[in-house]
Design a protein around this ligand. Structure first.
Ligand code: UGA
Length: 436
């Protein structure tokens, strides 16, 4: 099929490359000339395992191209909208400027029978608001949310655990459903659940999935807060409750909480939208989910202060990690970087290291010191703070090796990723999150 993808950020670039890899002709459109040039050369503008291979293969096959010229979508019959919906500067609500601009720019090129499939995460009601404009061209607007995780984006796109398509009533909706089953042919054939809903349900599926995941993390972090005043161990607790299949072990890792470009802004936008709909109280708990999440960053900072005897002023603190999670160079709303910035604000000499995110972090927080090599970053530290659980800080950093680099013996494990007993046995004061 001939497909266009409007917006070539995380979602769009991966979607475009993945769709080309399963045999479609794909054109990706973005307003950012540099991003388009990078993608056109077969390079990923961000760290995402497997993406460059797909981009190169797409380029060689001649089935994948990128452009800033919207007119190039004219031969496509299915157009995916994959632009960002960040948090507004002065409120919790989502900023829909890019979605509106993408639709406006696309309208002149739509033909009778085309399908416009929104993938961006939007407040419920957005698709209905936009459908009149799209339908006036003879095209049909559907909503097809995406559930990819950064770091696993290629796999999640090619082998999703479910496909969800919100369609309008009538012949246009039925045609759109058939078209999307064809677009996702290989996944559909392999038995991936394909759920067809109305537009509002599809929009809500996306935000409620992220709200649920965020709630799960904040739930276990709330248990960590209780564990901290009772001497209990939240890691053991999570393991024990996780064996109950109804609860499940995933997303029960206590630590410094969730960040990134999705969960934080999505729960805030959901709260804002629910308020607009007069149902703010229905998701009032999301405020607490957000508050619990942000408190865990304070807790990690406090543990460093306590570990260093009440003050971090002019102490050398090495922060292991800057990305919001491992296998990513994304620092949007990163709890890891926030902890580093707060320690710097308290007067510590903060050195940050990360295998992938240093460049991005430096751009936003040039006041911190960045060192690429892990061992060089650790040298002479008074305290180590693990905030992003990359393997090279977790599994591949024996405490004896850390001891050989530094006189300090304080380690704060913001992700509960270290072997506490091993670090203590090596003479370190170990502080975990919700662990004795
Ligand atoms: C999240 C969702 O997991 C995806 O399903 C969704 O498609 C995506 O947002 C999106 O809306 O586009 P992502 O932001 O890539 O994906 O990251 P996650 O793997 O969900 O991690 C989010 C944050 O939660 C990270 O900071 C991670 O460290 C933290 N986390 C995760 C915990 O603190 N504890 C856990 O048990 C799990």
């Amino acid at each position: 099929m001939k497909i266009s993808v409007i917006g070539c950020g995380y979602l769009g670039a991966v979607h475009a490359a993945a769709m080309a890899s399963i045999g479609h002709d794909v054109v990706g459109v973005d307003v950012d000339q540099r991003k388009v040039a990078t993608l056109s050369q077969g390079h990923a503008p961000f760290f995402e395992p497997g993406l460059e291979d797909l981009l190169r293969a797409g380029r060689e096959s001649g089935r994948l191209s990128f452009t800033t010229d919207m007119a190039e979508v004219v031969n496509a019959s299915v157009h995916f909208i994959a632009v960002g919906t960040p948090q507004q500067r002065d409120s919790y609500a989502a900023d829909l400027t890019f979605v509106d601009a993408a639709i406006d720019a696309l309208l002149p090129f739509l033909k009778e029978g085309d399908i416009v499939a929104g993938k961006s995460t939007v407040p419920v009601g957005t698709a209905t608001r936009l459908s009149g404009q799209v339908e006036s061209t003879g095209a049909t607007l559907v909503w097809n949310p995406e559930f990819l995780r950064e770091g696993w984006a290629v796999k999640d796109t090619l082998e999703p655990d479910r496909l969800v398509v919100g369609v309008p009533d009538g012949a246009g909706g039925e045609r759109a459903e058939r078209a999307l089953r064809e677009v996702y042919g290989p996944a559909v054939k392999s038995g991936t659940p394909f759920l067809v809903t109305d537009l509002a349900t599809a929009e809500l599926v996306k935000v409620s999935a992220n709200a649920f995941l965020a709630t799960k993390i904040s739930f276990i972090n709330a248990m960590a807060e209780i564990a901290e005043v009772t001497g209990a161990d939240v890691s053991k607790l999570a393991e024990a409750i996780g064996y109950d299949e109804r609860i499940g072990r995933q997303f029960l890792k206590a630590g410094i909480g969730f960040g990134g470009g999705c969960l934080p802004k999505d729960i805030r936008a959901f709260s804002a939208r629910a308020e607009e709909l007069g149902r703010g109280e229905s998701v009032a708990f999301l405020r607490q989910v957000d508050e619990i999440n942000l408190r865990r960053r304070d807790r990690a900072v406090q543990l460093v202060v306590d570990g260093l005897g009440g003050s971090v002023f002019e102490k050398n603190v090495t922060v292991l990690g800057a990305a919001f999670k491992p296998h990513s160079d994304d620092i949007r709303d990163s709890p890891a970087l926030d902890v580093a910035v707060r320690l710097h604000g308290l007067g510590a000499n903060v050195t940050v290291t990360d295998p992938a995110a240093i460049e991005n972090a430096r751009r936003i927080h040039p006041q911190l010191t960045y060192v690429e090599g892990r061992d060089e970053a650790i040298r002479d530290a008074d305290a180590l703070v693990l905030v992003t659980e990359w393997d090279e800080y977790r599994r591949q950093l024996p405490p004896e090796h850390a001891s050989s680099l530094t006189d300090g013996r304080v380690v704060v494990d913001g992700r509960n990723g270290l072997d506490a007993a091993a670090w203590r046995a090596a003479g370190w004061s170990y502080y975990g999150m919700g662990r004795p």
